[in-house]
Design a protein around this ligand. Structure first.
Ligand code: NAD
Length: 252
């Protein structure tokens, strides 16, 4: 199957590190013109050329300026990947209002502001793809994840509404739910082996997810091959809790 993403202008938020950085590189490898948005960037250049624009997705004026900058440099935006997100942990009893709000401002507000700013550009072009990072936490939350899980569930509903509102312009809007990708956000790979095993035992595939597992899905969703898919949440979690005790199949 030919993805043919050559020359597409792809904006990836939160692309300075983690999953977003790999998503940006994978689109660049397909020949797309990629613009990474993030709060700040490391000194070293990317392996493949990726344009960089500083942006706080939770700040309306920063988003407006960044989208205008992308359009002035590249003329249009074909694909928006709303990857930027933060993890805020804490039981409801301990979670202070500021941390709750920051979580929603970035995870939900960021998707709202970026989509609102980019949609008119896509509407003018008469096509577009918006792809939003939800999480497995939007399907089944963890203890202590009230802010994060609720914010990601909100991303799923926002995705569905956007899909309907932008459908008349041939813009598709989808969300995806990674399971457990070891990154700086969660430190899974640095946990004691026993803790890692407990988490891995929740997966049908029983291995950590790689950023490339996520990127593979996104390349497809951005391509013409996915032109009839909109308003969905795609589970890309390696079969997390697809059954009650998946570890049994691994002899554990
Ligand atoms: P990460 O912390 O490694 O990277 C997140 C990036 O987003 C960072 O570069 C950070 O600077 C940027 N960012 C944060 N706030 C921002 C803001 N206000 N404006 C612009 N950029 C901002 O995280 P990750 O693990 O790569 O996760 C990426 C996305 O995938 C997140 O939305 C996360 O919720 C989601 N996700 C991750 C996992 C996982 O297992 N890692 C699982 C499910 C969902």
């Amino acid at each position: 199957m030919e993805l043919d993403l050559r020359s597409r202008v792809v904006v990836v938020t939160g692309a300075a590190r983690g999953i977003g950085a790999v998503i940006a590189q994978r689109f660049a490898a397909e020949g797309a013109r990629v613009v990474a948005l993030d709060l700040a960037f490391p000194e070293e250049p990317d392996a493949r050329p990726v344009d960089r624009v500083t942006c706080d997705v939770a700040d309306p004026s920063s988003v407006e300026a960044a989208v205008a900058e992308v359009v002035s440099r590249h003329g249009t935006i074909d694909v928006l990947v709303n990857n930027a997100g933060i993890n805020v942990e804490g039981a409801v009893a301990d979670l202070d209002w500021e941390r709750w709000r920051t979580c929603f401002d970035v995870n939900v507000g960021g998707v709202f502001l970026m989509s609102q700013a980019v949609a008119p550009v896509m509407q003018n072009a008469g096509r577009g793809r918006i792809i939003n990072a939800a999480s497995f936490a939007a399907i089944i939350p963890s203890v202590g994840s009230a802010a994060y899980a609720a914010s990601k569930a909100a991303v799923v509903q926002l995705t569905r509404v956007l899909a309907s509102e932008l459908g008349p312009f041939d813009i598709t809007v989808n969300a995806y739910a990674p399971g457990m990708v070891p990154t700086a956000m969660n430190g899974f790979a640095d946990m004691p082996q026993e803790a890692q095993d407990r988490l891995l035992d929740t997966l049908s595939l029983r291995r950590w997810e790689s950023p490339d597992d996520v990127a593979n899905l996104l390349l497809f969703l951005a391509s013409d091959a996915a032109s009839y898919i909109t308003g969905t949440l795609v589970d890309v979690s390696g079969g997390k809790l697809a059954t009650q005790i998946p570890a049994r199949a691994h002899g554990r």
